[in-house]
Design a binder for this molecule. Sequence first.
Ligand code: TRP
Length: 454
Amino acid sequence: MQAKSNQWNNNLAFLLAATGSAVGLGNIWGFPYKAGENGGGLFVLLYMFFVVVLGLPVFMAEVFIGKKGKANPVSAVENLAKSSNSSRSWNLVGYSGILASLLIAGYYAVIAGLVINYGFISLAGFGELDPAVVYATEVSSFWEMTFWFSLFLVGSGIVVGFGIDKGIESAMRILLPMLFVLVLLLVGYGAIKGDMPSALNYLFSWKADQFNAGTIQAAVGQAFFSLSIGMGTLMAFGSYMPKNQTVSKASVIVVTADTGVALFAGLAIFPLVFFFALDPTAGTELVFKTMTTAFAEMGTLGQFIGPLFYFLLAVAAFSSMISILEPSVVFVSEKFSVSRFKAAFIIVVVCFFLSLVSVAGFNVWKDVTIGALDNPFEAMKYLADDFLLLLVGTGISVFVGWRLENTINSDVMGLENKFLLNLWVFVLKWVSPISLLTIWTLGNLQILFGISFF
Ligand code: TRP
């Protein structure tokens, strides 16, 4: 975003930037591994259900705040609170979003660093190396991981510092279609060479025995994370929306594209997992080990597809990372009247230290548990994805549903159908706050304290 114009050039720019934000590690790395950790079927079905029932409405609400409030996430909320005679403390929603964004940036950069590292490894080819051993070696080195994530973090910081308007638009125009095509190719490969029936059965069968609060919370958390909800990205991007662009249509497009990529990523990865008899519950390492096994098996073809896969994943991560940094950078720059560049520098330094903590979770502090959470990396991820995003999402819902109801009009939203408009407000007022808070409470009780009611 160019600081001076403060508006996207055209309607496509918002779509490209928001899709670029939504489609990222969350789809290709996060979704498959979380589906695996949570037993597949039920998680995937819940995820799709929550994308539609809670994700889309809250997504629209967040874009709405940005579009109406026309400022960084904190000031946008403050502006709207003022014009609706609400308390200024609603800005807590904006501040919590910023906090979540810093935590997410802290661990996101680390995974993205690993992706870049894997790009180079796969370029050289795996030869006879065992992917499991390669992975263990790569994550065991604190400094090597630090090198890769720093590269990524500084790179994205520089882009955000310059303003993300033109660059992100032209890059996404080419790279998003490439990413879609590559994911589809990998699905095709999985269908021909892998075990697609087992994958389909695993991903889409109803598994009643896994029905517990932790799975539900993980599914909502993943839905919000993947859609970039709950930390100000959508407010920031919404604030640059041209006046004539409507919120609902744009939101439906982004949400559909994002969910499609996640499901296809699952259909690319799990046929290989089952074909090579790998462990679907491997967790965060799933994508790295499984995909490298597959690329190695592909022989010469793998030497091309492998690096291409990691390159596109890195690009997807990069456009998401930019969108993770954007809210805090505009906030610092507007609040303290410093240049975007200075603001980006400050935020990158903060994220650097958070990333160090998260890197340590892979090696030096690997066994340092934080309460019930495995290590500092897992703890940051949990705190951001499953804890903060749901709370901020609740705040956004309540604020728009209860405080801004009168300012909602079909022009901004693009919902001419009165029934749909009222349904949306109803969901924001009642359905989403009640269900989010219930899921949040029960999920935390189970995950953090081991207390479960069903
Ligand atoms: N949605 C991105 C992904 O799937 C990550 C991301 C970008 C994000 N901006 C966000 C997550 C804002 C939560 C909130 O990789």
